[in-house]
Design a protein around this ligand. Structure first.
Ligand code: 5GP
Length: 179
């Protein structure tokens, strides 16, 4: 029997709460070891990363600050990767060890654009931690150093991820029912 019963509109639970919690703990331990002695700036990408960010922070043992950015999805031609910054960082990332916290990498266009932008601000280091990754959907060569779960090409919601602003509050990641 499933530990978590799927909500209406959800085809199946892909990652239940316990699985997410365990894996995020492991990511936090790896990040803590890699950044030992280095203050870290976590940059959460709104809005999909909020639950992941909250859970991940609890497992990071090094001194860390948080900041957020919000990016518009590319409109129209998805191959151009035309991404706009809707909300920018409050602070500077110059000379700092920056870890971008993402919900999911799909084509990689959003992340590619974001990393190019952040590089111009001269961080000391710049890496990515993404809860989910769909490697089969990539249109540009971008990778995250830390990945929670590689997944197949399904549209997933929950644990911060939405469909038309719904489902973000689900405590698990589920596959949306196809219409
Ligand atoms: P990319 O630029 O890598 O194609 O897309 C990244 C963004 O698209 C993610 O941050 C997320 O907002 C959205 N996205 C991509 N795949 C999914 C998915 O399966 N479910 C949801 N809810 N959003 C997705």
């Amino acid at each position: 029997m499933l530990k978590t019963a799927p909500t209406r509109g959800i085809d199946r639970v892909l990652l239940d709460e316990e699985t997410l919690r365990q894996r995020i703990k492991e990511l936090g331990a790896r990040i803590s070891a890699d950044y030992a002695g280095k203050p870290l700036l976590l940059v959460g990408i709104l809005r999909g990363s909020i639950m992941f960010m909250g859970e991940l922070m609890k497992s990071i043992a090094v001194d860390c600050a948080i900041d957020f950015m919000s990016l518009s999805s590319y409109a129209g031609d998805s191959t151009t990767g035309n991404v706009r910054v809707l909300l920018d960082l409050r602070g500077s990332c110059e000379g700092r060890d920056v870890l971008v916290v993402e919900d999911i990498i799909d084509t990689g266009l959003t992340l590619d654009h974001l990393l190019a932008l952040l590089r111009t601000r001269q961080p000391r280091s710049l890496e990515v931690c993404s809860l989910l990754d769909k490697p089969s959907c990539r249109k540009v060569d971008v990778t995250a150093k830390y990945v929670g779960f590689p997944i197949a090409d399904d549209f997933v919601v929950g644990f911060g991820l939405d469909y038309n602003e719904r489902y973000r509050n689900l405590p698990y990641v589920g596959v949306l029912k196809r219409p």
